[in-house]
Design a protein around this ligand. Sequence first.
Ligand code: TA6
Length: 317
Amino acid sequence: MIKKLSQQFSLDENLNFTEICPGFPIIRINNKWASAAISLYGGQVLEFQPHDQIEPVLWLSDKAIYKHGKAIRGGVPICWPWFGGYNDSALQADGTLQADGSILPAHGFARTTLWDVVSTESLANDVTQIVLHMPCQEICQQYQTIEPQFECDLKLKISISKELKIELTTTNRSKHELPISNALHSYFKVSDIRNIAISGLEQVNYSDKLRNGKVLQQQEVELSLTQETDRVYMDTASDITLIDRGLSRTITIKKGNSFSTVIWNPWQENSQRMSDMTDEAWLSMVCIEPANVHNNQIILKPDTCHQLIMSISVNAF
Ligand code: TA6
C-alpha cells in the first residue's frame, strides 16, 4: 500500500508515505514552513510543528494505541457524524450498545475509518495541501441500526504552512435531511495546564458535562483550568486564543461555520485510568475543539454541503 501511495502522491522531499505501525499509513510533510504527520486511519492530523517552534503545536499521547476500531489519542480526531454517544445516548466503555448487540463508536465512525488520498499538491509559496476522502456510505452500512444511513460525501482538506488549516466538508447525497454533529477534536501541547489561559469564551453559555449538562455562563475573560474540565460552549463562532505562559506563545484557533466550542482536560485521575495516556499526560495537553454539537447540530438538506473550518496559528510573546 505504501509503495503505491508513494508512487501516486509523493511530492519529492516535501511529502512522503510511511507506516507508524503495520496497517497504519502516515503522510509525512516537511516543507519550508513546518513539519506535520497525517494518519490515513481516521483522516487525523497527528503532528504539526512550524520550524520556528521548539515544541509541537499538537499533542500526541506517548501511549497512543494503534488498533483498528480505536481512535488515536492526540492530534485532531474527526468527530462525525455524531459527537459523544450516538443520538446523544449514554456512552458505555467505548461507544453506545445497540439493541442488536452492536456498539456504535463514541464520536462517530470517521476517526476509526481508513481514509483515501484524493490529491497532494505543493501550492504557491510552498504550502502543502492534502485532500482525503472517507467512503462513508460503505462504512455506515456496517452499522445497520444507524437511521438514517449517512449517504454523504465526506472530504478533508489539510493545508500545511506556517498555519495548519483543516476543512471538513460534508455533502448530503441522499434525498432526505441529515442530522450532522461534527467536531475537530484538537489536542494542543502546553507547557503546563496550570500555567495557561483560554480567551474568547467570556459571557458564553456552556453545558458542563461534569454537572450533568447544567448550563452556566462563563464570567471570566480568560479561562484557567484548575480541575477536570469538560464543557460544550454553545452558540459561539468566536475565535479562541490559547495563552501559554510557560512557552511564551499564543495559539490562535480561527473557526469557520462552527457554533460550538468544546474544552476538555481529563485531569490527573482520568489520565491515570486511561490506557492510552501516561499518568502525567494531563499536564501537557488541552483540547479546544471547533464543533457543531447538541443544540448547534446541523440539519443538512439534500444536495447541500457544510464545511467546518479550523485555522491554527502560533505567535511568540
Ligand atoms: O471532547 C470532550 C469529550 O467528549 C470528553 O467527554 C471525553 O470523552 C473526550 O471527548 C475524549 O473522548 P474519547 O472517545 O476520544 O476518549
